[in-house]
Design a protein around this ligand. Structure first.
Ligand code: SF4
Length: 83
């Protein structure tokens, strides 16, 4: 699932979207509420488009998920990926 703001896009692997426990963890770690739980059951991950540009590039979501399963893209910088 990918959603785009004006400056930031977030791309999350389908396996992460479908993982309720991981989804809950992402909701917890993101300081600006970019992640939310979609209506279940089972609960899945949603990306809150309206909050995407609030991303502070803190990497907490990257650390919470298996490597490479979440990409934070800087649309203002040729879609460079936050690593
Ligand atoms: S890098 Fe930080 S602010 Fe940006 S989506 Fe991930 S947890 Fe949220």
């Amino acid at each position: 699932m990918r959603k785009d703001g004006v400056f930031i896009a977030v791309d999350v692997d389908d396996a992460v979207v479908a993982d309720s426990a991981l989804a809950a963890k992402l909701v917890e770690v993101c300081p600006v509420d970019i992640y939310a739980l979609a209506q279940g059951p089972p609960a899945t991950l949603d990306i809150v488009e309206a909050n995407l540009d609030e991303c502070v590039l803190c990497r907490l979501c990257l650390d919470a998920a298996p490597p490479g399963t979440i990409k934070v893209l800087k649309l203002y910088d040729s879609e460079s990926v936050l690593v």
